[in-house]
Design a protein around this ligand. Structure first.
Ligand code: ADP
Ligand code: MG
Length: 718
């Protein structure tokens, strides 16, 4: 048998021993080490003077302006705390427009005037740093010769310690801007949008007699991912370079038996999950749910929801930790939206809500028909999603998500909202100015087993096909890609909702507070609902009928990424962003530049990797087989054998055919000039055509010689 790297990988996986589960801190319970590596309220109180601690906590918890006078004390305390945890370095941890995170470490170690080693970290070090900005995307905001960029401490997200086997680094969550103050990151717009939404909520709630309570925008980001053995990964240049498989024939069994979803978790995967959770818990990230997902080798991790800015940071860290711990366990975590063709891709379900004091504004309560705040808040969201759905769609653009949106497992590219029958009926009543009893649909479920405790059904079923679904007391935006930062979509959502709340507030503020108030309020809401209810769709979003229906309703269907990015250039959106002080028009346009540039570059990288692999890995193997078959055919003919000749002949012809197609498409890819708007679609199509010839060859060429790990191996063998 011929030995390929692929067979070596298989061999090494089959003999590997699952590492034994190493309990955290010698068996300590999660509650003992939860948040241990975070400079949280407990650490702040322990390491800072009482006055300074209260000031810092007021900023973190209540959004008070930070007293610059305490930066020195805070820095000192953070340093002592971090050093006690083994930290030798500190870094501003920020989120440039690459969509990832960035860090540049500095040692605490310095030399004093006498040349002796000391450990220093000043208030200045904490507050500000100056990384060279010239190598981060700016979309033309900044010329290369104006390289200066600043990172500045975001005190609302606590500092934390990131551990590595031989040390640790104090990480300070930070914003990132240019020398002239232009936004170069994903955090500043998010923070601005949170501020904006909170102001709008405060104004809105004042209409209902509520006085200033603590307001929080909340996010629970469910993270889907794939795991494969690292040995396989190392044999797949496409996975290494692009995060997805560019080739791979579909296996006979994939997910059609639906036997992976919620199945028993394999020990090796469970070990990995447990180790991830331990790391997350140490960092105060409340990982809560773990399970097998629909596709083979696909999984999900969901945390308990948190305040939005913190939840976004925590999701960035979660993605990093998933990847790192996977590697440690001989696995690779794939966060790409569509690593494998033909099976489900991965999303990031963005669960969003707003709390006012202890009240969740999206909680319908026991009598939603008469829950004025809930109805008005919901109406504002309906208006927001209808008016700014294009921005929400735009925020989900990634090269990977293109393969997911509209495929049969993910919401289509049309933004609509699911409310469920009961809420829809309530809103119809509001619109029509009637108030009739609505029967609750909750009922005891008849399970038919005496020993089972009695359970009640929920009020409304779920709709898994909706991109933006009301799920009881929050909205779940399901279009988001698994690899994305949560900042962009939440930023747009916050601003859109803020604008609609202000729109309602403006009208409600003119009403007299008399007996007529409720009726008049419903009239205002009714008008808005009449205008925007087209966005509500409770049916099957995957059906082809919906595409036609959505078109009839005038809802945009931005199927390609390039169309979906255009809303960034829309003057109406630009005005919204300027009115709310989020982006200048130049900053918004610069995002369009960055996203399209990145899109083209990634498309081209995929094409080039596919071409390299086709020519260097696949073609030689296919040609070798072709040559051998011809030799066999010739000697069979010479020997006067007749049986088998037609099979030999046909196989040679088929391989020859595919090889010609492969060469043709590879050459065609090679002849493209850089990918731009005009040739992008054709380039993508050629990459797909090339895949077709390679995948067909996979089914023809001797399995023992095929160099790439196959789908049936990567997705099933752990
Ligand atoms: P499912 O997969 O069934 O949708 P999960 O339990 O996996 O549900 O995830 C639901 C997510 O929604 C969790 O992260 C949860 O914390 C979050 N969530 C629950 N309530 C809120 C809320 N009020 N605001 C934001 N997120 C919420
Ligand atoms: Mg879930």
């Amino acid at each position: 048998m011929s030995v390929t790297n692929r067979t070596r990988a298989l061999e090494s996986i089959s003999t590997r021993v699952t590492p034994t589960y190493a309990a955290q801190d010698d068996g300590a319970a999660p509650i003992d080490y939860y948040g241990k590596d975070v400079f949280n309220a407990a650490a702040i109180r322990k390491y800072l003077s009482r006055g300074a601690a209260e000031k810092l906590l007021a900023t973190i918890q209540d959004g008070a302006k930070l007293d610059p006078g305490i930066a020195g004390d805070v820095a000192h305390a953070m340093k002592d705390w971090a050093i006690a945890r083994g930290a030798t370095h500190f870094t501003h941890w920020f989120q440039p427009m690459t969509g990832g995170t960035a860090e540049k470490h500095d040692a605490f170690l310095d030399l004093n005037e006498a040349g002796e080693a000391i450990m220093t970290f000043s208030g200045n070090n904490l507050a500000k740093s100056e990384p060279d900005a010239s190598s981060f995307p700016s979309g033309g905001l900044r010329c290369t010769f104006e390289a200066r960029g600043y990172t500045a401490w975001d005190p609302t997200s606590p500092a934390f310690v990131k551990r590595n086997p031989s040390g640790a680094t104090l990480c300070i969550p930070s914003i990132f801007c240019s020398y002239n103050g232009e936004i170069l990151d994903n955090k500043i717009p998010l923070l601005r949008s949170i501020q904006t939404l909170k102001q709008a909520v405060a104004r809105f709630m004042a209409n209902f007699g509520a006085t200033s309570e603590h307001i929080a925008v909340t996010l629970g980001a469910e993270q889907e991912y794939f795991l494969i053995d690292r040995q396989f990964y190392l044999q797949r240049p496409d996975l290494i370079q692009t995060g997805r498989t560019l080739f791979g024939a579909p296996p006979a069994k994939h997910q059609q038996l639906e036997d992976h979803y919620f199945g028993a978790i394999k020990p090796r995967v469970l070990n990995f999950m447990a180790e991830v959770e331990q790391e997350l818990w140490r960092l105060g990230i409340p990982a809560k749910t773990r399970h097998n997902e629909v596709a083979p080798a696909q999984f999900e991790l969901a945390p308990t929801f948190e305040e939005l800015n913190l939840a976004v940071d925590h999701n960035m860290l979660t993605m990093e930790i998933l990847k790192r711990v996977a590697e440690k366990n001989g696995l690779v975590c794939l966060l790409h939206e569509k690593p494998f063709a033909g099976v489900n891709g991965s999303g990031k379900h963005n669960n969003w809500s707003v709390t006012y004091g202890t009240r969740n504004l999206l909680d319908p309560g026991s009598d939603p028909r008469h829950n004025r705040v809930f109805l008005a808040f919901l109406t504002a969201i309906i208006r927001a999603v209808d008016m700014r759905g294009d921005l929400l769609r735009c925020s989900t653009v990634t090269v990977g998500n293109d393969h997911r949106l509209g495929a049969n497992e993910a919401p289509p590219a049309i933004i609509s909202m699911y409310l469920g029958e009961r809420l829809t009926e309530i809103l119809n009543q509001v619109e029509q100015g009637v108030d009739k009893e609505i029967s609750s649909k909750t009922s005891p479920l008849r399970v038919g087993v005496v020993t089972t405790p009695s359970i009640a059904s929920d009020d409304a079923d779920r709709n898994r096909t909706s991109p933006f679904a009301f799920t009881g007391n929050k909205f779940e935006f399901r279009m988001c890609g698994s690899s994305q930062s949560c900042s962009l979509f939440n930023m747009f959502l916050n601003v859109a909702v803020a604008e609609s709340l202000d729109y309602l507030s403006e009208q409600i503020e003119t009403l007299d507070r008399d007996d007529e108030f409720d009726v008049k309020l419903e009239q205002i809401l009714g008008k808005v609902l009449a205008q925007h209810k087209r966005i509500v769709f409770n049916g099957n979003n995957y059906s082809s009928g919906w595409v036609a229906e959505a078109e009839r309703r005038g809802l945009p269907n931005l199927t390609t990424a390039l169309d979906a990015l255009k809303p960034l250039l829309d003057p109406a959106n630009s005005k919204l962003m300027q009115d709310y002080g989020i982006f200048s028009s130049i900053e918004l346009e610069s995002r369009y530049e960055i996203f399209t540039e990145e899109y083209f570059r990634k498309i081209q990288i995929e094409g080039e990797v596919a071409r390299d692999m086709a020519l260097n890995l696949i073609l030689p193997v296919a040609l070798e087989e072709y040559g051998e078959l011809i030799k066999t055919l010739t000697s069979a003919k010479a020997a006067g054998v007749s049986a088998g000749l037609s099979t030999l002949q046909r196989t040679v012809e088929e391989i020859g055919d595919k090889v010609d197609q492969l060469r043709y498409n590879a050459d065609k890819l090679g002849a493209f000039s850089p990918v731009v708007h005009e040739n992008c679609i054709e380039y993508v199509q050629t990459t797909k055509d090339l895949r077709k010839s390679v995948d067909e060859l996979e089914l023809l060429v001797d399995d023992r010689k095929w160099p790439l790990p196959k789908y049936r191996e990567m997705l099933f063998i752990f």
